[in-house]
Every structure is written in C-alpha cells, then in structure tokens.
Design a protein around this ligand. Structure first.
Ligand code: GDG
Length: 465
C-alpha cells in the first residue's frame, strides 16, 4: 500500500503515536506503547487497511516516513525542539494541565506558548486533511489538541469528528480564566461528539460552552451554526484481559512472592503507583503514613509502603519541586522509622515493565490512590483487575474519575489528612477481614467496562451523530 496516496476511512490523532522506540544494543525498533489508549484502539486499528494513527514519534525534528508496527499504521508528524518547549512543556503542560486539574498548581499564560499551540494544532489538522478519505471518521485525543476539531471542520466539512478529553474539564469559574477561552470552545465545537470521563466534567464543559457562546445547551446537545455537537460521558477502562493473563502467569505469581519476601514478609504491604506528578497526591499519602507511624497507629515492623513514581515531565515547571518534596518525605519516614536493612518506604523513581507492576498489584494488601484531581486513574482499575482472589483494599480519592464507578472503594478526601489516616488504618485492618464483597463489586465494573468497550461505545455513538 502506498501510504502517500492512500486515503483512510478512520484516523486517530493524538499527541503521541501508539509506539515507542526500543533500543537493543545499537539497533532500535518500534514496539507498541503500553497503556490503555493503545489497547483500547488496537482491536479497531490493527490490521484494518483503512485505519491510521497520526502523532508525534517522541523524537524532535523532521518526521519520519509513515510505517507499520504489528498491524498499526503510523503517520509521524514533526515537532521541533522549540515547539516541544512552547507547545508541549509550555501551553499543554504548564497552562492547560494545571488549569484543568483545578489549578492545584498555578497555570501560566504566555502568548508565545499559545501561538505555538495553535500552529501545532494546525499542522495536525492539515495532516489529517491530506490523509482522510471522503466522509472519514476522525477521533482526536486529549488536551494537546483542543483546537484541532474546529480547524479540521473548517477545512473538511465532510468528516465525522470525535474528540475525547482524558483529563477533567474544570468548573466554569476556573475555565474562564483562560485568556483564549473562546478559541478553545470554538475548537471543541468543531467535533460532532465530545467525550469526557465523568458527568461532572461533561456538565462543566456544557456550562463553559453556554457561558462563552451564549448558546443554551439542551441537555448535552449544543445546536450551533447549523450543526450540532453532542457532549457525552465515556469513562475509560483498562485492558482487563491483559492484566488477567499476566496474573495467571506462574512467573508473575512467583515474582509477587519474591517481592514480599524481599521486604521481610511484613503482614501488610501498601502500594502507590503513579507518574511523579503534582496532581497524584503522593506527598499527601506520605504525610498520612508518617503521622500514623509517629502516633503508633501503624507499626513499622508490620507495615511497608512501596511507592513507584514513574519519571515524568522532568523539564516542566513544578515537577522538580514535587520530586524534591516526595523524596524529602521518604527520607524523613525512613530516617525516623526504618531499621538497618529494613526501610519502611521503598521508593522507586523508575519505570517498570507492566508484568512487574502487576506482580506488585497482586501482592499488595492496600492500594493507595490519592490524587487531588484525576480524569480517571487507570492504576486503581489495574489493581482491582489484579485481585483475582477478591482480597485487598483500594483507598481511592473522591477526586479521581474512577471514584464515580468504584463506589465500594475506601473513598477519601485527600485534603482531609485525618480522614485519610483513618481510611488507611481501617484499610490495613480490613485487608485481613471483610474486603471481599467490596472487591467483588469493583471487579464486576472493571472486568466489564474495559478499554475496548469504551472505544466501541464512543465510536458507535459517533456513528449516529
Ligand atoms: C491520563 C489521565 C486517565 C505507571 N507507571 C508505570 C506504568 N504506569 C502506567 C499505569 C497506568 C498508566 O501508566 C497511568 O495511567 P493513569 O490513568 O493512572 O494516569 P495518567 O498517566 O495521568 O493518564 C488519567 C488516563 O489518561 C486515561 O484516560 O485515567 O486520569 O491523567 O496504566 O500502569 N507503566 C509501565 N511502567 C511504569 O513504571 N509500563
């Protein structure tokens, strides 16, 4: 197939391509990236001669030629080093990311960042214009590409355009701080269907649209300039089969036993797995843990906390500070409560293979997911999917989208440290007694509403728009 002339009936556009470069000695090859989005779309995309994915390869500079990896057609798009700073680190991750997460870190507004954001969105739109067949379906993902639906609509009125926001949509009062609030809403209104993770985000999005455009929204339908945009709730799931298959592997089970032994076989293992990000509330749980130890409510002999903090956005403002604070707290807890050869917190600022994460989920008695704000939080769902024997307690922030579905988790407010301490204490006791009904009920949700089902639901609704 000549990918320079081929026109595709289904195009996905996302900041990144669904592949990453794996180095083996001096040789590099592309492999599919791990993660929910790729597994959700793989069944729709793989070996589909009419589907392609447009995105950045992760390497700044000129784009490579289109290529295929395990049946996924990839169309790389260029992003220069300068654009990476202004569009990606700047507007996407220092303006939009904090503003859309309730401004828990102060967002910065710079016109040069905005200009770069607009021009990269335009490049995505123009690339898709060249690639999409007449009447094609285009599915655009996330906050890096908020302007793209509108830009694409202007250039190609024939396309069916869907947009999904993986992060929360903030309250209208916060959203209107955005200097380019009208341009962003016009961008979204280019889509036929806008998908959000929760009904709160969908309501916030509709309220922002009506405040800025003056259009009255009827339910979740917005009629504007002879077209209609629908806003819908589509909570993303995980690739539950993949997690369950890993759990069934003897090597993963053996690894779980090995990890526990290497910790000194404590009676309770608590676990946190997060990108090292100020939204994830890692410091909050570390403070709660320190106080529980200091007050003698948890014992350092019986209780160990593993915190995986995957390195993330180290060049972006705010990330170095959260790392310093987390590491200070880890040092403080271990300095005060550890004994020789037995730290109380095992902190790993490293990426891990998914099989290793699943072994940890399988072994951990209590999972701590305490974000201050999170679109969904797939880690919470991965933990539940890994609990094949229906044990374990999930301590989950009310401010994660996942809390809307996982109602039998131990729900907490991460701003209320006393409440969080009580929940952790009770989770440690409950993990040994009556956690089965709660876990069973969460497993029904996670094993049914998978990533694949999410993609099917979104795409089938888009087809009816
Ligand atoms: C955004 C939204 C929304 C973590 N460490 C490692 C690793 N991970 C994997 C986890 C999980 C994923 O990364 C993280 O997903 P989350 O949902 O928790 O968080 P974000 O990265 O912030 O994702 C979020 C999501 O989009 C999907 O819509 O849920 O709210 O913020 O799958 O397992 N994976 C590997 N090594 C690690 O060290 N392989």
């Amino acid at each position: 197939m000549n990918s320079n002339t081929h026109r595709w009936k289904f195009v996905v556009a996302a900041n990144r391509l669904p592949v990453r470069r794996l180095w083996q000695g001096q040789q590099a090859k592309w492999v599919p990236s791990p993660g929910g989005l790729v597994s959700a779309l793989q069944p729709v995309m793989a070996d589909n001669p009419d589907a392609t994915w447009v995105g950045w390869s992760g390497v700044p500079g000129d784009a490579e030629m289109p290529f295929e990896v395990e049946g996924l057609q990839c169309h790389p798009l260029s992003i220069s080093q300068g654009e990476l700073q202004l569009f990606y680190e700047g507007f996407s991750n220092t303006t939009l990311w904090p503003l859309f997460h309730d401004a828990i870190y102060p967002p910065e507004y710079h016109r040069t960042w905005w200009d770069a954001y607009r021009s990269v969105n335009e490049r995505y739109a123009k690339t898709v214009v060249e690639l999409a067949a007449p009447g094609a379906t285009v599915w655009i993902h996330d906050y890096h590409l908020l302007l793209m639906p509108g830009m694409l609509r202007k250039l190609r009125g024939d396309l069916r355009i869907g947009f999904f926001l993986h992060i929360p949509f903030p309250a209208r009062e916060l959203y209107i701080r955005m200097p380019w609030r009208s341009e962003i809403i016009s961008g979204l209104l280019g889509a036929d269907l806008v998908g959000l993770q929760t009904s709160l985000s969908a309501d916030n999005c509709c309220r922002a649209i009506s405040r800025i455009t003056g259009i009255k929204t009827s339910g979740k339908t917005i009629h504007h300039s002879e077209r209609t945009t629908r806003v819908g709730v589509f909570p993303i799931g995980i690739d539950a089969d993949r997690v369950q298959n890993l759990i069934a592997e003897p090597t993963v089970q053996a690894r779980a036993v090995e990890i526990r032994e290497s910790l000194g076989s404590p009676s309770t293992v608590m676990l946190g797995v997060d990108r090292l990000d100020y939204t994830k509330g890692i410091e909050v749980r570390m403070r709660a843990f320190r106080e529980l130890l200091a007050e003698g409510r948890l014992s350092p002999e019986n209780c160990v906390l593993i915190q995986i903090a995957e390195p993330s956005r180290s060049q972006v403002t705010g990330y170095a500070a959260v790392r310093r604070e987390v590491e200070r707290l880890v040092g403080d807890v271990n300095g005060n409560f550890g004994v020789m050869g037995r730290p109380v917190v095992h902190y790993l600022h490293q990426s891990h293979p998914i099989s290793e994460l699943v072994a940890m989920y399988f072994m951990a008695d209590v999972m701590l997911v305490t974000p201050l704000r999170d679109g969904m939080n797939l880690v919470a769902k991965e933990y539940v999917a890994s609990r094949a024997n229906n044990t374990g307690v999930l301590v989950l922030s009310e401010f994660a989208g996942a809390a809307q579905e996982l109602r039998t988790a131990e729900l907490i407010n991460p701003h209320d440290i006393e409440g969080l301490k009580l929940a952790i204490e009770s989770a440690v006791h409950r993990s040994k007694t009556d956690c089965t009904p709660a876990m069973k009920s969460m497993r029904r949700v996670v094993l049914t509403d998978t990533a694949q089902r999410w993609a099917e639901r979104f795409l089938s609704q888009l087809e009816t728009c």
